[in-house]
Design a protein around this ligand. Sequence first.
Ligand code: PMP
Length: 354
Amino acid sequence: MIGAMDILITKSETSKLSSLDLGNVPFGKHFTDHMLVADYEDGEWKNVEIKPYQPITISPANAAIHYGQSIFEGIKAYRHENGEAYIFRPFDNFQRFNKSAERMQMPAVPEEIFIEGMRKLIEVDKDWIPMKKDHSLYIRPFMFANDDVIGVKPSDKYRFMIILCPTGPYYAVPMKIYVEEHFVRAVPGGVGFAKAAGNYGSSMYPTNEAKKKGYDQVLWTDAIEHKYLQEFGMMNGFVIIGNTAITPNLDEGTILAGVTRDSVIAILKDMGLTVEERPISIHEVVDAFNNGTLKEVFGTGTAATISMIKELRYKDTVMEFDTDKWTISPEVKRRLTDIREGRAADIHEWLFKI
Ligand code: PMP
């Protein structure tokens, strides 16, 4: 076992922080001064190091590039008004990461590296966490195969890394969604539940086709009957019909178990709504729209928290919503943001102090 003491820290001599306005940074383009790197070789994790953010050198024969053993996570840290910093539910992402690793025949990353390494890295770069409403530090842990051998087989070597970038408010404009019936994101027995890099690469073509038709994202349907809701682009989906919030169940292994999804389920219950995790077909949604019981439709994810859907198109049926009148999803978003940013009590114990 690697103890926290074994993480070698080499600090950068200069900081890029002074050249940035933390109140106004584009997402995913500016990385903090340091990164964490660990190598898996000879059946064990070694060389765990926090060092200045810098390019990495890999072989042109790198196995991840050729055969796609590559997974990642997305997490956020927040600074509260009293200056203390917290990571939102990192253990949930840690567990999901190792589920992805198992499915991709990659080694598990121990907690001492994933959680303790993340905590230490953020401690080193803590001045990078914006202390402003709706701002946070985005945390990107990832792992890729690191053999330099051509040939389809699980790699013997892997690299695990964490990089960080400050992020501002995500102006979640209500989205137009196209219900996709031809292309699929995931199949039962496949890798939909894993945060595997290839899932994102393969979703780009169908998403671009929907964009050409004037839509922001696709609503993925199931691979067999093309009628059960799966995910809204890269977000989990919720439909509110009457006083019940319905979100697709995770049993088939085709849906990523979103940490925001789980948090939103808890908050909806706190608000007194009934929450059902079950298969929901697009026909049920259309029927509810037609009989006036469909109240709100939204996606959930770490990046945007909640994205309201203003138009949902299924075949020739166009369902339009006046999202300005919605009350439930804005309230869920407010409650979740207040917990994350320290304005409300952390009643579910979701915050992990750095
Ligand atoms: N589904 C997919 C495919 C995603 O990439 C994400 C973003 N990680 C989500 C759902 C939402 O997950 P989370 O709430 O954990 O960010």
